[in-house]
Design a protein around this ligand. Structure first.
Ligand code: ADP
Length: 496
């Protein structure tokens, strides 16, 4: 395939080679010889008809203007030879021969010019084709997109240069379907094979994303789109594009990684905000453990130890220790840094666990908490820790919003409902100051905060978590009367 500069060079005016100059000289000499024979010989034949050879030769040697000039020159030479040898006598046989020669010259000139025009047009088309081929090659190189053709059922293939480059196939190699499948990552080979077979069987187009395992052990991600076309003989061919999407895949993965790192950081920050409550939450059962242990000892140290009281003190110690370890387990689970795992979970369970974590904050803020658990589980597909993070963020925001309210009851209403289509919606409603219409559109933007020490990342992370779960998060507010933050998640089929 031509490179761009080569194609552009081809469109500039070509230099005339020495061999063309020689042939032009040959044509001139031939014309002169014909002229001399026509003038000087006494043969009773139309010698000038031979000029047609000169005109035909000129078709390859001159431009269209040149061919026209050569034809006119041949006509003039024919007339000149007649006038020099016979003078201006019109009614003699040589004049008839001269007219025949002129007719032959005119017809040949007409055909030669027509032929020349057709050849010029063809050459122009070829040049245009070369140029667009070069542009296409350049565009393919820049966009890292190659084209392929796959004839079925013969499995004969066409590969553009860029498609070969993506697969790292040698230029000499004529890649086949076997080579293509051989370069595919072993884990994707079966999927690719069955995709091709099924697409062919169903007369459908192909669309796939698969990995390539290169000879150096590296991995490439490729997206393929191919359309089925039929030629005149009814044979089927897939014509399509192959795009190397490794860079965007890597960027996507890096983005996911940094999003989950950021989510982890904000989770830990939220835990930091709750540190006082958490300390209290752990301290309370520990104090109860100490108190019960002391009471147990007192019952034991009596003259007649009361074993029944000792047993119940130890049971209380056990349950308080269990409470403390439960709090620590929840906090550890929330602060752990793991990759999100989407599994089928009951959103109500996640909500109850989150409520348990913010229990002390609710008490500290003296908030009337209202939540009626549903009798049915609310199945969704998602990552428990991430969803817990969203719920805690919404609960903490609501409590923080109401913390400036004095002389009015603080109410926090949490509801979990199922829409007719099965989607699960969680709503956290407070009766705080609400959100102004001016702030409402920016609420989920990163770094948007109205709090003096706020980071403004909480709701933005909530949105990316809910987006990644295929759900929707939104805020509603009646300024001065409170705000409601909602999110809904797609229904998840119940599998027993
Ligand atoms: P931060 O809590 O660090 O400010 P968020 O992203 O969690 O970050 O919240 C962004 C902003 O949204 C808050 O600063 C606050 O102005 C507003 N906001 C969130 N929830 C509520 C609510 N329930 N009532 C009023 N304003 C709220």
């Amino acid at each position: 395939m031509n490179t761009v500069p080569a194609a552009l060079a081809a469109t500039t005016k070509a230099e005339v080679s020495p061999s063309v100059w020689l042939l032009r000289l040959g044509a001139v000499i031939l014309a002169l010889i014909i002229f001399l024979i026509d003038w000087l010989s006494s043969l009773d034949v139309a010698i000038a008809v031979l000029y047609v050879a000169v005109i035909l030769m000129s078709g390859d040697l001159f431009s269209r203007r040149g061919v026209a000039l050569v034809s006119v020159a041949c006509g003039v030479l024919t007339l000149a030879a007649f006038l020099f040898s016979h003078g201006p006598q019109l009614f003699v046989p040589p004049f008839a021969r001269c007219l025949v020669s002129l007719c032959a010259i005119a017809i040949t000139a007409f055909l030669a010019l027509k032929n020349k025009a057709a050849r010029d047009a063809l050459q122009e088309q070829v040049q245009l084709l070369h140029r667009s081929e070069a542009f296409l090659a350049g565009a393919q190189r820049l966009s890292q997109t190659g084209s392929i053709g796959l004839k079925m059922p013969s499995a004969e293939m066409y590969w553009s240069d860029e498609a070969r480059r993506i697969f790292q196939f040698d230029e000499q190699l004529q890649p086949t379907l076997e080579y293509m499948i051989g370069r595919t990552h072993p884990e994707d080979t079966d999927d690719l094979k069955s995709l091709i077979e099924q697409a062919y069987a169903r007369h459908a187009n192909m669309e796939a994303e698969f990995r390539l395992l290169m000879t150096d052990g590296s991995c490439k991600f490729v997206r393929m789109l191919a359309q089925q076309v039929h030629d005149a003989s009814g044979d089927c061919e897939y014509i399509g594009a192959l795009m190397d999407v490794t860079a965007s895949k890597n960027a996507e993965e890096a983005l996911h990684r940094s999003q989950s790192q950021l989510a982890h950081v904000t989770r830990v920050t939220t835990l930091g905000e709750m540190a006082a409550s958490i300390a209290h939450e752990v301290n309370q059962p520990l104090s109860a453990v100490t108190t019960n242990a002391e009471a147990g000892l007192r019952w034991l140290n009596r003259n007649v130890p009361d074993l029944g009281e000792v047993r119940s003190a130890i049971e209380r110690i056990k349950s308080e220790a269990h409470r403390a370890s439960e709090v620590i387990r929840r906090i550890r689970a929330l602060s752990r840094k793991t990759d999100p795992k989407h599994i089928r979970i009951d959103l109500q369970d996640v909500l109850l666990e989150s409520i348990a974590l913010v229990r002390r904050e609710v008490l500290r803020h003296r908030v009337n908490f209202d939540f009626t658990p549903a009798s049915e589980p609310m199945w969704v597909r998602g990552d428990k820790v991430q969803l817990q993070q969203v719920i805690i963020n919404l609960l903490m925001n609501a409590m923080q919003a109401m913390s400036g309210m004095h002389g009015k009851e603080r109410t926090l209403l949490v509801s979990l409902t199922t829409a007719p289509n099965g989607d699960v919606t969680l709503r956290v409603q407070d009766n705080g100051p609400g959100i102004s219409t001016q702030n409402l559109p920016s609420l989920f933007n990163p770094f948007f905060t109205t709090k003096p020490e706020g980071m403004g990342m909480g709701l933005s992370i909530c949105r990316s978590i809910i987006d990644a779960h295929g759900g929707r998060i939104w805020a509603e507010s009646d300024l001065g009367h409170g705000a409601a933050l909602n999110f809904s998640l797609p229904a998840c089929e119940h599998v027993s």
